[in-house]
Design a protein around this ligand. Sequence first.
Ligand SMILES: Nc1ncnc2c1ncn2[C@@H]1O[C@H](COP(=O)(O)OP(=O)(O)O)[C@@H](O)[C@H]1O
Ligand SMILES: [Mg+2]
Length: 272
Amino acid sequence: MIGWLIYDEVGEKRNRWFIQSFIQSAMNHGIELVLKVISDNVEFCANSLPDFVIVRTINPQINYFFEVHGIPTFNSFETSKIANNKWLTYKLCQKLKIPTMKTQLLSTESSPSDVLDFPFVLKSLNGHGGAEVFLIKSKQELEEKSTIIDKNNFLIQEFCSEPGRDMRVYALGDKVISGILRTSDSDFRSNFSLGGSVSVSDISSEQEEIVRKIHKELKFDFVGVDFIFHKGKCVLNEIEDVVGTRMLYKCTDIDIIDLYMRYIIKRLSFNL
Ligand SMILES: Nc1ncnc2c1ncn2[C@@H]1O[C@H](COP(=O)(O)OP(=O)(O)O)[C@@H](O)[C@H]1O
Ligand SMILES: [Mg+2]
């Protein structure tokens, strides 16, 4: 059996250890996993496709291509589409009655300051690592920011009452694997990539129920579900499709790569 592990060039450079470990883990299970480093305008040949693909680049069209060609795709197109768009994630939460912060597209009729009080958060629909997440404290700050962003690609969101803190729940299929709390003393954004500190944290029954609800809807394979905290409650912040595993290896003994490989084999052998 042959699988492809798909990365873009930047991702491949940042994740060499993960890639090698994945290929080794597959080999231990008798599977040939081949790294494919792709560019944005890649075209695959429909005549020579693998038995399955693991997509580790953010580009839902790639997941779509393999899915329509009948190739088992980890994660699915639907998961990739929703998780990589914060507005679609918000709409999904509304549908599933999952708590979120009050959120509005920036490009609506009403003025942002009529919808939310300052300070609020301005973030792009498809940003990562906190790079396009801004705290807006005044009308003037909003006007300044608005001149340098694509207004159609941003949303505004109520500022949570416990900034600088969030929790990621790793999930493999319908099982929660571990919870990692991220905190920052110096920034309202607690992203690990921005220097946030990390520690293992118990997953509450409420969080577990939310993750299961999302799994039931999206049938994701491996994701992180990120929560922020507001007035004593946890609310969903985002779903991470191409979820990193550094925090898991740093904080736990869990070999998530091997667990994921076993999960993939099980799904393939039962044709799920
Ligand atoms: N509404 C909010 N209120 C306060 N902090 C927030 C809010 N939304 C996001 N953050 C903080 O900013 C970080 C990055 O935001 P996030 O929405 O996860 O974007 P990204 O996809 O870039 O990681 C979060 O991990 C959290 O710490
Ligand atoms: Mg995030």
